[in-house]
Design a protein. Structure first.
Length: 326
């Protein structure tokens, strides 16, 4: 069908403001997965700061920072660099993946059908959906527990009933804001960012008394690549079956638990591969191995008795990992 509009009329339509488009604050967004025309697009990249800041400025950032020091043996400087570079690289990847959606004017998981096909696109869509659901479950659980704690401390209830009410409120707010679309999300994210930013100040003040600055600033510095990228991770391999390990984990919860992961090798294939196995007696041996980032064994101890001098091993690990591999 021919377009009988004049050039000025078409220009006026193309220049229509975003307020007359489908994404208006406090109204349900009706765009769905259809391509969004240039005349309906609005906003700018800087708006994403508020969205991502509000989504990540949470209590989960505190244990993640502690993990860098506790589980990866990073000192303060290495932990700060790891956090900054890790965030920069990860969000750069998110931005790179999102370019296709920006150019096509449609959600990225819709545009990817051009690469994978309608049927082939179901797998990456399923992975994206599962990731989103997992993230939402985590945030909903934190929000429910936090709101329930506030109500309990305010003397407005307690127990399962309070948690149920907290969950209903958190779910309603989450679903309502998401249905209202991007423009509303940006406005709410801006509000949440200021609230989180203000509340984190007294939190840091109250927590400062629990921080030992001397220990924080005197953490040992290891080899740059070994400490910065991965530190020293401990993984235990057990001959127990997965069910047996599960029972062990449940029993350990009553005491101190395990500060490192334990995996099952009830077939003893790993024991045999690392020669921690007595072929004559047909029994596994105690093996302790120091493996660098390239998979090369830099030190090992195989015996009928477990190696117990962990302090010496950590010192030897730093010495060996700082030396070039041969």
């Amino acid at each position: 069908m021919a377009d009988h509009r004049t050039g000025d009329q078409r220009s006026a339509v193309a220049a229509a403001p975003a307020e007359h488009a489908i994404d208006v604050p406090w109204n349900i967004e009706t765009g769905g997965i259809r391509p969004i025309s240039e005349s309906e697009r609005h906003g700018k990249p800087s708006e994403m700061f508020w969205v991502w800041f509000a989504a990540n400025m949470g209590i989960t950032a505190l244990p993640f920072g502690a993990y860098l020091v506790t589980f990866y043996s990073l000192n303060l400087t290495q932990a700060i660099f790891a956090a900054i570079i890790g965030c920069a690289l990860s969000y750069a990847l998110v931005g790179l993946v999102g370019i296709a959606g920006i150019r096509a004017g449609a959600p990225t998981m819709v545009v990817s059908r051009a690469s994978f096909g309608v049927v082939g696109n179901k797998l990456p869509t399923l992975v994206s959906y599962a990731t989103c659901i997992g993230f939402e479950i985590l945030l909903m659980a934190i929000a429910t527990l936090a709101f329930g704690s506030i109500l309990s401390r305010a003397g407005l209830g307690g127990g399962d009933g309070t948690l149920a009410i907290s969950f209903a409120i958190a779910a309603f707010i989450t679903i309502a804001i998401s249905l209202l679309g991007h423009a509303t999300i940006v406005k709410m994210a801006t509000i949440f960012t200021w609230i989180y930013g203000i509340l984190i100040i007294p939190f840091m003040i109250f927590s400062s008394s629990q921080i030992d600055l001397h220990k924080v600033t005197t953490l040992p510095t290891g080899h740059f690549l070994g400490g910065f990228i991965g530190g020293i991770s401990i993984v235990a391999v057990s001959r127990d079956s997965p069910d047996g390990l599960q029972r062990t984990f449940e029993q350990a919860k009553e005491s101190t638990g395990f500060p490192f992961p334990i995996v099952s090798d009830f077939t003893l294939e790993t024991f045999k591969a690392y020669r921690a196995f007595d072929d004559f007696e047909h029994t596994p041996l105690h093996g302790t191995f120091l493996i660098d980032g390239s998979g090369q064994v830099r030190w090992q101890n195989i015996d009928y008795q477990p190696f117990r001098d962990a302090q010496w091993l950590f010192g030897e690990a730093k010495r060996l990992l700082s030396a070039p591999a041969h």
